[in-house]
Design a protein around this ligand. Structure first.
Ligand code: 9PG
Length: 762
């Protein structure tokens, strides 16, 4: 591994680790980050600055840096070296200190700023620009590049935009209210991180790796190809002699944008102390069939089906969503549809052997609630005396709870202790929680929005202990390190396109299956390092929906490939056997995320979502258009067995590419296996991922094929084998063997326990 060296260049010190070089221009007060290998991206001439509330902006550009010190560092990113720079300043000015770090062998640099108040009175810091207008150099015009836009919270759109066009406009609650740069033509804004990619593949990622204290944004100005990264201190006070630091920004020039995103996700997860959940999660949720109408008896009816069919529907959780509570804020009082109370219902779920989940929106106070009547002083203020409206929903104004109030924190503790410890729930879905992070006046003026929000969710974490927390409608950054699972997109719906609204600005964030899927593809990199992604619920029903069979399969395919939580939301007693089998085809959950191969190349949504299952690849190919499409899908150069998971058809041995016809809004899910010169498994009807769960080993011993079988939701099914012509047909104990075509055989069998299957030939 290359160690980090620091050399004195003409303009100032330069750090290098064999992969990345950070150059510092002391006279100009700028720095650059570039890849050592040619043809990758770089960032040039970046400055740092800090904006003070009611004060000047203090910046390094044109002013100059002096070197304070060089140090050896060892932290969660590895071992490295840093240069600490101080902006040249006058005595009356606050001092701006910037640390640039490189790590041994790592393809990125990090930058962090700090302000020291040397004056005699307190100052208020509004924002750090840890990257102030650095020039993105990717060997291409900015207008030929693509910009990855990350959203403020779960329901905010995340997508890749062509820089030749314009950013998409959005409004609260899916953008951070108020703290926004001026909107202008050619400006592209992203929360937390971005990646800019050129057609050549050269790319530059800039993303914050720490998130607990300050919200952050990154934006690109097409003109000048200027990238700026901001960490918001929200006007908190730094007393005389005190100091305040920004969050840490990671900058990675690369020739592999998807690899950069994966690495960034890992750095972010470690930097923000993500809480892992060891096992994938599967269950049932009441919302997307019953909506507010859910009742105790409907929960029990579904629980009975889940219990009776536990083999084919191996759910762990039964989650009650919105609709049980007396009011928005009155979480401990059930309404008349739940006559025996929420504790009783949790007991019923436990008695059947399942874990119980409950929804609530703990940071909202509805104006019709008893809580609001009792505590009209508990809301964040918009202006002194006017409470901040976080949401218009449930036919009322819903105010944002002020999480800096000790009495609010105490009340939240009581709410969650009742739900977890008294009622016995094992899982909470905490929804609309962005409300805790809105921009407004709080009881404690010296906390950032992120810090106020953390005070709230940390109560939930503390009371939950080892139990599961699903965050929903949550701001992304400060939720990392607290929640176990996260919704990552707008709600799915029993329809495809968003309903047209008069105000079309929020189109990509309003409920619709299409909108939900866009975010699942874009936010693939969050799954695992940050939390379990919740791609939102699977609906497979044929009535009470306008989703077509093709649309339902696209939803199921993306959920299965996402590796995230699998939550069904149908009336289970009304499903046909055929549709119920679709749920079974996703269970158990594999847990690893696929990669959207063409994220930076697609016009609109990516069409290729590929999952590496070790023994084979699964490739989802999607058609987002309004008419059917002929698509040429790239395949490996070597001969590959191709199996269509939905039609359960063997598509033969293919090389380099395959041409497919895909219906509108539909998909084809291919199982891909490198052809061997011997009998091999090529497809399965047990599980959608074609062997990832039901086959844990496949060995050819020279005359027989040994398959290690694992039981999955579908007890019975078929395994397809490709058999070279001169080998003869397969035989195996307990299997019904049939020949499908030349060289293709099917074994029909039942798997109830983990066991070996020996398949002989000839
Ligand atoms: C319950 C639902 C479900 C769902 C959540 C969340 O913008 N809106 O008006 C809006 C309303 C509801 C909503 C999202 C946005 O859905 O995502 O899973 O729990 O609340 O009310």
């Amino acid at each position: 591994m290359f160690e980090v060296t620091i050399r004195d260049g003409d303009d100032g010190p330069a750090l290098e680790n064999g992969v990345v070089r950070v150059g510092i221009h002391l006279n100009r007060g700028t720095f650059s980050v570039s890849a050592v290998e040619k043809g990758r991206g770089s960032l040039a001439s970046a400055a740092v600055s800090v904006a003070l509330d009611a004060g000047p902006t203090v910046g390094s550009r044109g002013i100059g840096f002096s070197v304070e010190r060089e140090e050896v560092v060892e932290d969660w990113l590895g071992r490295g070296r840093c240069v600490v720079l101080s902006r040249e300043s006058d005595e009356h000015e606050p001092e701006l200190v910037t640390t640039l770090t490189l790590y041994a062998g790592m393809p990125f640099a990090t930058v962090r700023s700090e302000v020291l108040n040397r004056g005699k009175s307190a100052i208020r810091v509004s924002a750090f620009r840890v990257l102030d207008a650095g020039r993105v150099e990717l060997g291409a015009e900015a207008s030929d590049c693509r910009f990855y836009k990350e959203g403020w919270q779960d329901w905010s759109p995340a997508l890749v935009l062509p820089v030749s066009g314009e950013d998409v406009a959005m409004s609260p609650p899916v953008i951070a209210p108020r703290a926004q740069p001026e909107r202008k033509q050619g400006r592209f804004l992203s929360e937390l991180m971005t990646l800019v990619a050129a057609p050549s593949g050269a790319s530059l990622l800039a993303g914050f790796t720490s998130t607990a204290d300050q919200f952050s944004q990154v934006w690109l100005d097409r003109e000048g190809q200027a990238l700026t990264a901001v960490s918001y201190a929200d006007g908190i006070e730094v007393r005389a002699g005190g100091r305040l630091a920004s969050e840490t920004l990671l900058i990675e020039p690369s020739g592999d944008g998807l690899g950069s995103m994966r690495r960034y996700g890992e750095a972010l997860g470690r930097g923000s102390a993500a809480v892992k959940w060891p096992e994938p999660v599967a269950g049932w949720c009441s919302w997307y069939y019953y909506f507010h109408g859910i009742s105790e008896s409907e929960v029990i009816a579904n629980l009975d089906v889940i219990s009776l069919r536990r083999r084919e529907l191996p759910f762990e959780y039964v989650q009650i969503d919105d609709g049980y509570q007396a009011g928005i804020g009155d979480w401990l009082t059930a309404n008349e549809k739940f006559p025996q109370g929420m504790g009783w219902l949790a007991d019923q779920i436990h008695e059947k052997g399942f874990k119980a989940g409950l929804w609530l929106a703990p940071f909202l106070l509805g104006e019709k609630s008893q809580m609001w009547k009792d505590h009209p002083d508990w809301a964040v203020q918009y202006q002194p005396g006017t409470p901040m409206i976080a949401m218009l929903n449930w036919e009322q104004r819903c105010y944002a709870l002020d999480l800096t109030r000790p009495d609010v924190i105490e009340w939240l503790g009581t709410v969650f202790r009742t739900i977890f410890d008294e009622w016995g729930y094992d899982y909470v879905k905490i929804d609309f929680i962005y409300a805790g992070a809105v921009d407004g006046i709080r009881y404690d003026p010296n906390v950032t929005r992120a810090q106020a929000y953390r005070r709230g969710i940390e109560v939930v974490r503390k009371v939950a202990g080892e139990r599961f927390i699903l965050g929903c409608g949550q701001p992304i950054g400060p939720s990392i390190g607290v929640v176990n699972g996260a919704r990552i997109g707008p709600d799915v719906a029993p329809f495809w396109h968003p309903k047209v609204r008069s105000d079309e600005r929020d189109d990509m964030s309003s409920v619709s299956t299409l909108n939900a899927l866009r975010n699942v593809l874009s936010r693939w990199w969050m799954h695992g390092p940050l939390w379990l992604n919740d791609p939102d619920c699977l609906m497979v029903r044929e009535s009470e929906t306008t989703l077509t069979l093709d649309e339902m399969r696209t939803l199921a395919t993306i959920i299965a490939l996402s590796g995230g939580m699998v939550l069904n939301s149908d009336n289970l007693s009304e499903l046909s056997d055929e549709r119920r089998e679709v749920i079974s085809m996703l269970l158990p959950v594999y847990g690893k995320s696929a990669v959207p191969l063409d994220l930076f190349a697609a016009n609109g949504m990516p069409r290729l979502f590929e999952l590496d299952c070790g023994s084979h690849q699964m490739l989802g190919v999607f058609n987002w258009e309004e008419q059917s499409a002929q698509v040429t899908v790239p395949l490996p150069e070597a001969a590959t067995h191709v199996f269509d998971a939905w039609s359960q058809e063997y598509l033969g041995l293919q090389r380099e590419s395959i041409r497919l016809s895909i219906p509108s809004h539909g998909c084809v899910l291919l199982g891909l296996r490198r052809a061997e010169d011997r009998p091999q498994m090529v497809g399965s009807t047990f599980h959608l991922l074609q062997g990832a769960m039901e086959i844990s080993g496949e060995v050819w011993d020279g005359s027989a094929l040994l398959l290690r079988l694992r039981p999955v939701a579908n007890a019975e099914g078929e395994i397809s084998l490709a058999v070279p012509e001169d080998t003869g047909g397969p035989r195996a104990d307990g299997c019904e063997v049939s020949q499908a075509s030349d060289g293709l055989w099917a074994l029909r069998l039942r798997v109830d326990e983990e066991r070996d299957l020996r398949v002989e030939f000839g």
